[in-house]
Ligand binder design. Structure first.
Ligand code: GDP
Ligand code: MG
Length: 444
């Protein structure tokens, strides 16, 4: 994966202070290949690489991660940003207008317009309680209007009655009138496509847009069509007032590259991702998920992120030293519990750390869940500093005091002590396996 390759590039400079330009450039060659393999358009790749290089060169390497991991994080963050991440509002449908709010769907034939129209309509009805009317303006393809009517029945969404012989603009006017008269909240216009972008298609889209005054004009593109998708997006941009993109067939083996290109070429947010033929197979767009998909590396990013966020490198080193000397007391255990809580609790940690299998088994054996983490923290807080440093001091009387102080039973205090013992043991084992550095970095 890209993650392995980047770590390879940086192998030689582990432990050095700042990311050097030559090393970053070498790493960016790998990123470039990965992006092209993921089907990102070349000009978009170039722009991206320049930006990331500029950001990465000279950055101080965090002590708790490798330089390779750190570059992966920089690349990942830049991807998320370029995909519009962080701007959650932009990727939501804008229905803030006088009803009926018009949503117009445009795109090539077969891109998934009709299906997406029904999917979005169903969603608006189910999730937002909207009263939605759908109308097909596709007079080119035989039975296109009937197709939408059938989907409407499946989705339990109203469709405009079909009148033979009408042209798209006439149908749009009739739909608007019906939507007003019957007080629909939303009117969705499913338009005709062509096999290729041509002037007749653009003229028709413009004419419809000028009578319907849509609040949203969503360009529907097939994520699997790769470079073609970019050309299509380019042709529509500037011709019709696009407000967003729907990427269909994200369930196929598209690696997500089209997403990045689409966002960069249109400058418009991706609003939905189609993930199958069924009417429920549509998702809101998640920049983070797509970035992970493009880089093909899943958990690495979250490990680095969490390490950077919640672990101070110096603390990690201090703990590592203590552990090397076999000093692991209840203060250390408490610090680890707090880190675990910050890092997303036990569930998030499971599977992330191969070296932690033993300790995890010990936790599982003592029936731990995330509330237990907090309770253990409370128990340790009720101990004196002496008791934390020397757990052996905790005789029956002291245990009763601690239990009373933290509102638990003595057996819960015993569980913490047992857990501490198990973890000390497990850590000695990990040390033998040579996993100490990684562990220290993660657990701090
Ligand atoms: P239109 O010509 O743009 O209206 O495209 P349609 O909505 O008729 O869709 C064309 C084909 O693509 C149909 O067979 C749909 O079931 C299929 N389709 C649409 N969206 C998706 C999707 O997200 N995933 C998959 N696998 N198929 C889709
Ligand atoms: Mg259609």
């Amino acid at each position: 994966s890209l993650a392995d390759r980047l770590n390879g590039v940086f192998d030689s400079l582990r432990g050095r202070g700042a990311l050097q330009e030559d090393d970053v450039r070498a790493a960016m060659r790998e990123v470039r290949i990965a992006l092209l393999e993921a089907d990102v358009a070349l000009p978009v790749v170039r722009r991206f690489i320049d930006k990331v290089t500029e950001q990465a060169v000279g950055q101080q390497v965090l002590r708790s991660v490798t330089p390779g991991q750190q570059v992966i994080k920089i690349v990942n963050d830049a991807l998320v940003e370029m995909l519009g991440g962080g701007d959650e509002d932009a990727s939501r449908l804008d229905l803030d207008a006088k009803p009926p709010v018009v949503i117009m769907m445009v795109g090539l034939q077969g891109s998934g317009k009709t299906t997406s129209t029904a999917k979005i309509a169903k969603r608006l009805r189910e999730k937002e309680g909207k009263k939605v009317l759908m109308a097909s303006l596709d007079v080119n393809r035989p039975a296109a209007q009937e197709q939408l009517a059938v989907l409407g029945q499946q989705a339990d969404v109203a469709t405009l009655p079909i009148v033979a012989g009408q042209q798209p603009v006439e149908i749009a006017n009739r739909a608007l009138q019906a939507a007003r008269l019957q007080s629909f909240d939303v009117l969705m216009l499913d338009t005709a496509g062509r096999l290729h972008v041509d002037e007749a298609l653009m003229a028709e889209m413009k004419a419809v847009a000028s009578v319907a005054v849509p609040r949203e004009v969503l360009l529907v593109v097939d994520a699997l069509s790769g470079q073609d998708a970019v050309n299509v997006a380019q042709s529509f941009t500037g011709e019709v007032p696009l407000t967003g993109v729907v990427l269909t067939r994200m369930d196929g083996d598209a690696r997500g590259g089209a997403t990045l290109s689409m966002r960069a070429v249109t400058g418009k947010p991706i609003k939905f991702a189609g993930t199958g033929e069924k009417l429920d197979a549509i998702e809101e767009f998640h920049a983070v998920r797509v970035a992970n998909r493009i880089l093909g590396m899943g958990d690495i990013v979250s490990i680095v992120e969490k390490a950077a966020e919640s672990v101070k490198a110096e603390d990690a080193e201090r703990l590592a030293k203590r552990m090397e000397k076999g000093e692991f007391d209840l203060n250390d255990l408490r610090m680890q519990l707090q880190q675990m809580t910050k890092m997303g609790g036990l569930g998030a940690l499971a599977g992330m750390m191969p070296g932690m299998k033993k300790a995890k088994q010990a936790m599982a054996a003592s029936n731990m869940d995330d509330r237990v983490l907090l309770r253990m923290d409370a128990i340790i807080s009720s101990m004196t500093p002496d008791e934390r440093a020397k757990p052996a001091l905790l005789n029956a009387k002291r245990k009763r005091r601690v239990a009373a102080g933290s509102g638990v039973e003595v057996q819960d205090v015993n569980k913490v002590l047992k857990m501490h013992q198990e973890m000390s043991k497990a850590m000695k084992q990990i040390k033998k396996m040579g996993g100490l550095k990684g562990l220290g970095a993660l657990f701090g």
